[in-house]
Design a protein around this ligand. Structure first.
Ligand code: ZN
Length: 325
C-alpha cells in the first residue's frame, strides 16, 4: 500500500506532466525563427535568408550551411544544403518548384549532405521546368557536380535511383541542368556568370579551400549584390582581385576558426582575414555564418580583429534569419 508521501509524489508528478504538456503546446504554436525570417523575406523585394548557420560538427541547434535568395516573395535560389537545411527549408515554407537554381560551393558534407532530402521533398511537387544546378568540377577525391548527382540519382548505381527522373525527366521530375565550373585555379580565378532570367544571376568565383575545389558566389538580384564568400583561406587571391571595391549590399563570411595558433588557416580565414576581406570588398554589411563553437566561444576577440580592419556593421547569423536588401 502506498504511503502518504508516495501518493503526494504521484500527484506532483502528474501535475508536472500536465505543465510540460501545456508548455509543449505553447511551443508548437509559436512560429519558428525560420518561419519568422521567411515572413520578412517574403515581404521584401530581395532578401537573403540563412537556412543553416552552422558547420560540420553537430554541437548545437544550427543546421549546416545553407542560404536562400528571395526575390518578389519567392525563394528562387538555394545556395548549399548542409545537414538540417531540410528542416529549415520546411519551416520557411520553401518549395523546390519555386527554385530557379541550386548552387553548391563544394562537396564537403556540411554544405551538400542535405540536398537529397530537399530534392526528395521536391519530388512531391509538380513542376516540369529544368532546375539549374551549379557546382565545381571534379578534382580527386572530390566528385564534380555531375558525379555528385549521378552517385545519388543515377540509373544503375545511384543510391536513390528511384529519383532518377531528376536526370531523365521521367515521373514528372525537373531535369537538373548541371553546370560544372572549373574551380581549379583560385589564383587566376576566372569567373563564370550564369543568368537565371532577367532578375537574377550567379557568378561563380573559385576560391582557395585547401585541395577542395570550391566556389564563392556573387549574386545579382534586382540590382542588389550579395557575395557569399564560402569556405576559403587567405590565399584566395583571385577572389580578392575579382571582388575588390565591389561594395555589395551584403557579404557573408564563414566564421569557422578563431584567431591564433593551431587553427586550419590553410582552409579558412581567421577573423583578421575576414576583416581584411571586408576592407577589400567594402560591403554595406557583413554577416558571419558557418558559426562553430570554437569561433563563437571567442567571439569578442574575433569581432575586435574584424573591427581593427573594417569598421562596419557585423551580424552573427542565426538559423532562419532574413537580411532584407
Ligand atoms: Zn564548411
Amino acid at each position: 500500500m502506498a504511503g502518504r508521501s508516495q501518493i503526494w509524489h504521484r500527484i506532483l508528478g502528474l501535475a508536472a506532466l500536465a505543465t510540460a504538456g501545456v508548455a509543449a503546446d505553447a511551443a508548437a504554436s509559436e512560429p519558428t525563427p525560420a518561419a519568422t525570417g521567411a515572413a520578412i523575406c517574403r515581404a521584401a523585394e530581395v532578401g537573403l535568408q540563412v537556412l543553416g548557420s552552422g558547420g560540420p560538427i553537430a554541437e548545437g541547434s544550427r543546421a549546416g550551411t545553407s542560404y536562400a535568395v528571395w526575390i518578389d516573395g519567392r525563394a528562387q535560389l538555394l545556395v548549399d544544403a548542409g545537414p538540417g537545411s531540410f528542416i529549415r527549408f520546411g519551416e520557411a515554407g520553401l518549395k523546390v518548384s519555386d527554385l530557379k537554381a541550386i548552387a553548391l560551393s563544394h562537396f564537403h558534407g556540411d554544405h551538400s549532405a542535405g540536398l537529397a532530402g530537399i530534392l526528395n521533398s521536391g519530388s512531391f511537387e509538380a513542376s516540369q521546368e529544368p532546375l539549374v544546378l551549379i557546382g565545381p568540377a571534379a578534382a580527386a577525391p572530390f566528385p564534380g557536380a555531375a558525379g555528385f548527382i549521378t552517385a545519388q540519382f543515377g540509373g544503375e548505381n545511384g543510391a536513390w535511383s528511384y529519383l532518377g527522373g531528376y536526370l531523365t525527366g521521367a515521373d514528372g521530375r525537373r531535369v537538373l541542368d548541371i553546370r560544372e565550373i572549373d574551380a581549379g585555379d583560385p589564383v587566376r580565378a576566372p569567373t563564370w556568370r550564369i543568368a537565371l532570367g532577367d532578375a537574377l544571376s550567379v557568378t561563380a568565383i573559385p576560391v582557395d579551400h585547401g585541395l577542395i575545389p570550391t566556389l564563392a558566389f556573387r549574386i545579382e538580384a534586382k540590382g542588389r549584390t550579395i557575395v557569399l564568400a564560402a569556405d576559403q583561406s587567405d590565399m584566395s587571391t583571385g577572389f580578392d582581385r575579382e571582388t575588390a571595391g565591389l561594395e555589395p549590399d551584403l557579404l557573408v563570411a564563414h566564421h569557422v576558426i578563431p584567431e591564433g595558433e593551431g587553427q586550419p588557416i590553410g582552409l579558412h580565414r581567421p577573423p583578421h582575414g575576414i576583416g581584411a576581406m571586408a576592407a577589400n570588398i567594402a560591403p554595406r554589411q557583413l554577416v558571419l555564418s558557418h558559426n562553430m563553437k570554437r569561433s563563437i566561444d571567442r567571439l569578442e576577440e574575433g569581432l575586435a580583429q574584424i573591427a581593427g580592419r573594417w569598421p562596419g556593421t557585423v551580424t552573427v547569423a542565426e538559423d532562419g534569419q532574413c537580411f532584407v536588401l
